[in-house]
Write a protein that binds this ligand. Structure first.
Ligand code: HEC
Ligand code: HEC
Ligand code: HEC
Length: 472
């Protein structure tokens, strides 16, 4: 009897083992086909040998299983349990990191997103990818040291290329965050015209609001309100972001619905929640009556006062609103005593907890759209969810963009309370604690919050040679 049980048991195990091995073999076969498909896209001749190697590593390790929307799911994903597991992993994977734009940029040798480089670097250095569970069915899925080195070298080469003019000192040269050093070409006359238009209340329906009413240049480029009231007293529904360093943003607005500064500037004057003018024609008619202004325009724009010339001048002015020379920038440039010990520890924590993988680049943000609530359901916990909270989804209708917002710049963050698109965090300490909990999945201690906040307060920079301050 005992013997028989043992025999059945062995048979069972044996069949299980064979089944498992066959599954793995089939996964390998399917994987090979998938790799071939992605490798077939390679126009090798455009790519550097290192670029080809990095592309191969990412493709061959099956990173696309969970990070590509273009790929089919593997065969086992059709089994009920595997399907759920796979879909969950892939949804989370895609929420964190999307490979398709990066692979496309690699094939064309065009600039790689700084955020992608930072995220990839973090995952490789911390050996978090691919997830351990994935390796059970993908024996060849893990990255060996040579492959890790290939990717890290490729990342640092790309970063060097992008920031070749950065004055960062050696220890910081290969980090995701760089000091502000870029200047954006600016025509001084157009800039001066744009500056006066930025402060011109005639852009509003009842001559009460200018751009500067909500983006006060003496208050960190914001209004300090949860959400602003418009010219016609309509209550706005989203927090005002700063105009300082907005030039670094890949897109404008929390959901990125304006592609650039000029496109953005055309919107608030006729937005009923903001300056509430009935039309651009109404605004231009008002400005036309100002003979001196008309001459000023004609000298710079043959077309005279038009929606195009007004918004072009405003954007020209906004391109000059960068704030270099914060204490942190001096530190990155090699001044070791520009930060206190506590502030330095704050920066280390900021990097350790991968804050710098989203808050990246010269502006420490503005380079990507990220899901708010990656680790916990922020919106469920907060309650009262509205359409505004859907973020970028409102534009793209792509489920993977639900609750995605443009990552705000952290430059001058000490001056721009309250925080988040919904102004849910009234203080910087609260914002840091919430970021830890909802984006990283850690509950920071009071001491950690203090250190990170101390670091963030070193990001206040200079405008026209004077350090920005709360009162101006
Ligand atoms: C089985 C699915 C799966 C595979 C395969 C996979 N990932 Fe991921 N990836 C995830 C998940 C899930 C996350 C979110 C991790 C977390 O919650 O911290 C993630 C996060 C990431 C991130 C963002 C880093 C972070 O912590 O924010 C990067 C970069 C990344 N993966 C790269 C890779 C690379 C490179 C490969 C291939 C070597 C790979 N992944 C393979 C599921 C996967
Ligand atoms: C009534 C207050 C108000 C006025 C007036 C106003 N804005 Fe804004 N501004 C906001 C709010 C609120 C947002 C965010 C809206 C959103 O993302 O949907 C914003 C967003 C922006 C952004 C995008 C910043 C980023 O990081 O995405 C820029 C740039 C900007 N405004 C410039 C201007 C200019 C130029 C004017 C004048 C033509 C102007 N604003 C008038 C409140 C205002
Ligand atoms: C996955 C990307 C991501 C990571 C990682 C991340 N953030 Fe953020 N951060 C965001 C997004 C998106 C917002 C805007 C959220 C919103 O408005 O709902 C934001 C907002 C903030 C704000 C408020 C800015 C403002 O002007 O409103 C602060 C402060 C901040 N983050 C600090 C941190 C710190 C500190 C860490 C690390 C502990 C961190 N972030 C990690 C994406 C990220």
């Amino acid at each position: 009897m005992k013997k028989k049980t043992l025999k059945t048991f062995s048979l069972f195990i044996g069949m299980g083992l064979i089944g498992y091995t066959l599954s793995v073999a089939y996964v390998e076969y399917e994987n090979a086909q998938r790799i071939q498909k992605t490798m077939n896209l390679l126009p090798h001749e455009n790519m550097s040998p290192l670029g080809v190697q990095a592309y191969k590593v990412i493709t061959e390790k099956g990173c696309q299983y969970c990070h590509s929307q273009e790929n089919d799911l593997p065969f086992y994903s059709h089994f009920p349990i595997a399907k759920k597991w796979m879909e969950q992993n892939r949804h989370q994977g895609l929420q964190h990191f999307q490979l398709d734009p990066m692979l496309a940029a690699m094939r064309q040798e065009s600039p790689i997103s700084e955020v992608d480089l930072a995220k990839l670097e973090w995952a490789i250095k911390n050996r978090t990818m691919p997830p351990k569970s994935h390796l059970k069915l993908h024996w060849k899925g893990s990255l060996n040291n040579k492959e890790r080195k290939t990717l890290l070298t490729w990342i640092s080469k790309n970063r060097k290329k992008q920031h070749k003019n950065s004055p960062a000192s050696k220890p910081f040269k290969n980090e995701p965050i760089q000091p502000i050093y870029s200047h954006f070409s600016s025509d001084p006359k157009k800039r001066a015209l744009g500056q006066s238009l930025f402060h011109d209340i005639r852009l509003s329906s009842n001559n009460t609001l200018s751009c500067a009413s909500c983006h006060s240049l003496t208050r960190g480029g914001v209004d300090g309100l949860n959400a602003p009231k418009g010219a016609e007293s309509a209550q706005g529904s989203i927090n005002t972001p700063t105009v300082f360093n907005a030039v670094f943003n890949t897109h404008q607005f929390w959901d990125g619905r304006a592609e650039h500064l000029q496109a953005q500037a055309a919107i608030p004057p006729v937005d009923p929640l903001k300056m509430a003018s009935p039309s651009w024609k109404a605004i231009l008619d008002k400005l036309e009556k100002d003979a001196a202004l008309k001459d000023q325009f004609l000298a710079l724009y043959p077309e005279g006062i038009t929606k195009n010339s007004v918004t072009d001048a405003i954007a020209e002015f906004e391109r000059s609103l960068t704030t270099p020379n914060s204490r942190f920038d001096l530190f990155l440039k090699g001044n070791k005593i520009a930060l206190t010990e506590q502030e330095k520890r704050g920066y280390s924590l900021f990097k350790k907890h991968k804050c710098d993988t989203c808050h990246t680049g010269e502006a420490i943000g503005g380079r990507s759209f990220e899901v708010m609530g990656l680790k916990r359901d922020y919106f469920k916990d907060r309650g009262n969810v509205t359409d505004i909270d859907k973020g970028r989804f409102n534009l793209t209708q792509n489920p993977i963009d639900l609750h995605r917002f443009k990552v705000p710049t952290l430059r001058n963050i000490a001056l721009t309370a309250p925080y988040f698109h919904d102004a849910h965090a009234q203080t910087l300490e609260q914002a840091v604690a919430l970021m830890g909990a909802y984006q990283i999945g850690v509950d920071f201690s009071a001491d950690e919050i203090q250190k990170i906040t101390a670091y963030l307060k070193t990001l206040t920079g200079e405008y026209k040679g004077t350090t920005l301050s709360p009162s101006g």
